[in-house]
Write a protein that binds this ligand. Structure first.
Ligand SMILES: [Zn+2]
Length: 1029
């Protein structure tokens, strides 16, 4: 922001030194001669001629000069001068409007419509309506956005973000939009580089101006409403509205939409064909493998996908034949920017149009300044300085065919300026905005015909202009520029109309932008977008506040003009071959030029409908897509036929994103559905086995787990193949899913190893689950000799004995027999198991299986490593150890008291493991009766009480569930009670180890537990139910 102080100084400076504005005579000071009546047509005319006109020319000239100075040398100082100059113009406009309103509002204009148009234009103020504070703020907001755009740089190195260009990107890798970035978009076929450049440009521009744009919209609307418009969209469209011919705002909107609908089928054919060609060029781009997808926006050869001419190299209908791009020939023939401008000027002269004046050549900037330190606004533009002498073009011209056509475009503007320069200042405008853009392009349609390019010597002498293949290549290349542009030209302002009307809210700026892009252009973003982005701001006309509908209108009008001029020249062939300057048309070219000149001379003094009528010799007074469609008829036929041959259906789905991330999200959704089916089948089979250990169930379980493993492996390989670069997945949740899925676990093993691992595991589990000890100590674990009723299982018999027996002999017997019955029998299996688990873990990229098991504790996003976890676990243990040691010493003493020296030989040593009331000494609750601090007081172990009250497993589960629901948590669903196994069945072998299962079908969840009516098991029920919850 410019502070008020500096502001004041600037204004003084402006008046005293920069210009001779002190001599400026304000309207109120020079009145029409005393005594003359004011409110007459004659007085108004005199005021315009003698007072307004000279002053306006002076004020606007100074304004334009200041703006020019800034545009060719972006400095803070020039920026301040430019803002000051536009303030001065605003002031002048305000005073003029006030004066005109107060002096001439009662004139009866019925005899002179043109004068009334003039009056209407003078009392409209636009931005000058704003008070000085608002006006200054608007200037600053606009200037700031433009400065961001015009000075933006990105880095060629894809690892350097746009925000870090100045600090991290080497100078020789820093890229400006023109020419570097545009060049990359045009010529590179490196998808990664294109995506980087595409995204970086948006980070460097639009993203930085979201807030400013919102303020800009508010201020612009404020100014427009003071002119009586509903909003700035309506003000912008006023160029197309004509009250004199009853052509309304709504009529314009309807006609534009109808024209777009008329053109859409042609666009869709081109779009479908290009999509097909891009798929061949970029076989790995996933979006393109979907035949119905929008096209990823970064692959179309242009930063905004607005013209596709740069793709003709690999998409043209007859690749074996020459393309029409004459860039190479221009370079070979040593064309310079000056050559291009001179040739363009010559073409205008051929048609009898006005040549560029000497001052034009003296003052224009047609090349980027050689001095690299000077920052300039490279966006090509044509300037009218309103003094009837000074007209310039500013263009960082490159020697390319595209720029050669742009030269014609810009020169068309200047031709318009030259033609209407003697009109009243408010009439020195196009008949509507679209007219101004159409002039140069109309002439370029002749210039780019093969016949004309050949006459310029830019096509080889052997180029046969009658070869239908070459002609098709040529018309195709024109279509890539003209047809591809139509939806973009249309949507830019459809979008902004909705912004100005408030239909699009600031927080929707970016998402709605993409809705428009996918709807009209059929393109999608190659990277994830969010509403913190502001992609519209990556296009010059958004920060610069230049209306864009003019280009859409111009693309319609230029074909109307072209057809009218060709007819006037006496040309009768197909429209796309017409060159109005062709020698065989004799002075036809001059006649066509005169027709154009006649129309241009009208400026905006007449309704635009009459200007169309003038150039079409009265054949039409409306916009008409007919001539455009006529021009491209052969192309449309070819595309339609070609697409049908290729089996391509035109059109696209309305998916605005085609980023890796979006594709991954879609893949993941599908994977979720598929994998829950597979996983569910595996869980049911496992459950069936665990709750009924039979050979058949075992085989079914192993089969299901083979299927699941093969599925997981296939899917992970598919994922790694489709998404080889996880760095493109930036959403943290998706990235986590990716990381998890990239680990295969056991499925990483070969099918043979996997099956072996499954068999070993089942064997070990089976040994464990069916292990029994005979209560006849002379029999031990030889179960064949042990009568059925003497066979003791771990649960409940052995557990009970360990828990409550105080006979050290008995405890020792069950303790050691259990180890003989289980662990001892799986020793070699376990060794093999360790080998296979490590093998799987190594295949997943871990050091060993231990590291794989610890992986869930590791969190790269917080830099929490495996070592951190180990250190934490160790630290926690050491923290607890003194407490454990106290408890250990106390229990050891109590055991010594109970069993004596023989069983507990040392009060310093370890405790014999079989005395601790649990098979693994992992809990010591069973020792409560003789170790509690205050014997005789009621125990917290409520086991006895539960048994006395006749508790059942079901009651324990019900009580547990109630605890969950009392806290507002989810109760166990109906299916839970149906599927769960909460008691040990007597009719079959089961895996008693308590567990809770998710069956992955969203319906079934179960617990299996050989529940004993004990306090410890009551707590276990809560534990397992916690899993289900
Ligand atoms: Zn233009």
């Amino acid at each position: 922001m410019v502070s008020n102080f500096v502001w004041g100084v600037l204004l003084v400076l402006l008046f005293s030194t920069v210009c001779s504005r002190s001599a400026l005579v304000r309207p109120r000071e020079v009145d029409v001669r005393a005594g003359e009546p004011r409110n007459t047509v004659q007085a108004f005319q005199r005021y315009i001629r003698l007072v307004y006109q000279p002053q306006a020319e002076d004020v606007i000239y100074n304004d334009q000069e200041a703006s020019w100075a800034y545009n060719i040398n972006i400095t803070g100082y020039n920026e301040e001068l430019m803002i000051a100059a536009s303030e001065e113009t605003a002031l002048f406009d305000q005073e003029t409007a006030q004066y005109v309103r107060s002096s001439f509002s009662n004139i009866d204009f019925s005899s002179n419509m043109t004068l009334e148009r003039l009056y209407d234009k003078l009392v409209l103020l636009g931005d000058a309506n704003l008070n000085s504070t608002d006006f200054s703020e608007l200037q600053e907001v606009q200037t700031r956005m433009q400065r961001i755009y015009n000075t933006a740089k990105i880095c060629r190195n894809p690892s350097i973000h746009a925000d870090d260009v100045l600090s991290k990107c080497p100078k020789d890798q820093q890229l400006s939009l023109e020419p570097d970035v545009s060049q990359i978009l045009a010529t590179s076929r490196n998808e990664t580089l294109l995506r980087h450049v595409w995204k970086s440009w948006r980070d460097a521009t639009g993203k930085k101006m979201h807030g400013d744009y919102q303020r800009y919209v508010e201020l612009k609307n404020k100014a427009s409403s003071m002119d009586g418009y509903a909003d700035t969209g309506a003000a912008w469209r006023s160029t197309y509205v004509d009250t004199y011919t009853n052509y309304t705002d709504q009529m314009f909107l309807d006609e534009a939409e109808a024209i777009w609908q008329q053109l859409k089928p042609l666009y869709e054919q081109l779009h479908a064909y290009i999509r097909h060609k891009l798929k061949e060029q970029y076989p790995t781009v996933k979006a393109l493998s979907n035949t119905n997808s929008p096209i990823p926006a970064h692959l179309l050869g242009n930063m905004w996908a607005q013209t596709w001419g740069n793709l003709q190299e690999f998409t043209r209908p007859h690749p074996e034949k020459q393309s029409l791009d004459v860039t190479e020939a221009m370079v070979e023939q040593n064309y310079t920017a000056d050559t291009m401008f001179r040739k363009s000027d010559d073409f205008f002269a051929t048609l009898g149009l006005i040549r560029m004046p000497q001052k034009f050549w003296d003052k224009s900037m047609i090349e980027r300044p050689a001095d690299n330190s000077t920052k300039v606004v490279c966006h090509a533009s044509a300037w009218d300085f309103y003094n009837r002498q000074d007209f310039r073009i500013k263009q960082c011209t490159e020697v390319t065919m595209e720029d050669f056509l742009t030269v014609h475009h810009e020169m068309g503007h200047v031709e318009y300026y030259l033609q209407y320069k003697d009109l009243e200042v408010p009439f020195r405008r196009g008949a509507n905005d679209g007219f101004h853009e159409a002039v140069g392009d109309t002439l370029a349609l002749s210039v780019q015909t093969p016949a004309h390019l050949k006459s310029l010597g830019l096509l080889m002498a052997d180029f046969d202009i009658n070869d239908p293949d070459l002609e098709r290549n040529s018309l195709y290349s024109t279509a890539l520029d003209k047809i591809a542009f139509l939806p973009f030209g249309y949507l830019m302002d459809k979008y902004r109309y909705d912004i100005f009307s408030g239909k699009i809210k600031p927080e929707q700026y970016n998402s709605k932008w993409w809705e428009h892009l996918v709807e009209y252009q059929g393109i999608c973003s190659p990277v994830k977008r969010s509403d913190s982005d502001f992609d519209p701001g990556s296009k010059y006309h958004i920060p610069a506040g230049v209306p864009y509908m003019r280009y859409f209108v111009s693309f319609i009008l230029q074909f109307q003009f072209h057809k009218a001029m060709c007819q006037e020249a006496g040309y009768t062939g197909p429209l796309h071959r017409c060159d109005v300057s062709a020698p065989e048309l004799g002075d036809g070219g001059k006649r066509a030029g005169a027709l154009l000149a006649k129309t241009l001379k009208m400026g905006s003094s007449q309704p635009w409908t009459q200007a169309i009528s003038a150039i079409t010799n009265g054949n039409s007074s409306r916009m008409d897509a007919g001539p455009l469609l006529e021009f491209f008829t052969p192309m449309q036929q070819w595309l339609t036929q070609k697409n049908a041959e290729l089996g391509i259906t035109p059109g696209w789905s309305k998916e605005p994103e085609c980023s890796e991330e979006t594709a991954f999200q879609a893949w993941l959704n599908l994977h979720n559905n598929e994998s829950s089916v597979v996983k569910s089948a595996e869980m049911f089979a496992t459950w069936a086995y665990q709750t009924n250990i039979t050979k058949a169930n075992e085989l079914a379980m192993l089969e299901a787990s083979n299927v699941a493993a093969a599925f997981a492996k296939r899917k992970t390989e598919e994922m790694l193949g489709l998404f080889p670069n996880p760095d493109e997945i930036t959403d943290p949740l998706l990235r986590r899913a990716y990381e998890k899925l990239s680990k295969l676990g056991d499925a990483a093993l070969s099918p043979e190893d996997f099956a072996r691992l499954g068999a070993i595991r089942t064997e070990m589990e089976q040994v464990y689950s069916v292990a029994k000890v005979c209560n006849d100590t002379s029999i031990g674990i030889d179960m064949e000799r042990c009568p059925q009723h003497q066979q003791m299982a771990l649960s409940p018999e052995i557990t009970d004995i360990l828990h409550s027996s105080r006979d050290p002999e008995e405890l020792l017997y069950y303790w050691s027999a259990w180890r003989d019955a289980t662990g001892k029998k799986m020793r070699s299996n376990f060794t093999e198991y360790v080998g296979l688990k490590n093998k799987a873990a190594v295949a997943d990229g871990y050091k060993d299986n231990a590291e794989a098991w610890r992986a869930p504790y590791v969190e790269p996003s917080y830099n929490y490593t495996d070592a951190d976890f180990l250190e934490d676990a160790d630290r926690l243990w050491n923290q607890m150890k003194p407490l454990y040691q106290q408890l250990h010493a106390y229990i050891r003493y109590k055991l010594w008291e109970l069993y004596g020296n023989k069983t507990v030989p040392s009060l310093n040593g370890p405790i014999p493991a079989h005395l601790l009331s649990n098979q693994w000494a992992q809990t010591w609750v069973g020792l409560l009766d003789f170790t509690e601090p205050f014997p005789g007081k009621p125990q917290l172990d409520v086991t006895q009480e539960m048994q006395k009250q006749g508790w059942t497993a079901r009651r324990m589960f019900n009580v547990s569930e109630e605890f969950f629901t009392d806290l507002g948590l989810i109760g166990m669903p109906e299916e839970f009670w149906k599927i769960s196994m909460i008691e040990k069945p007597s009719d079959r072998e089961v895996v008693c180890h308590a567990s809770a299962e998710d069956f992955y079908d969203g319906i079934h969840f179960g617990i299996k537990q050989c529940t004993a009516v004990t306090m410890s098991d009551l707590l276990t029920v809560h534990h397992e139910m916690g899993h289900v919850e």
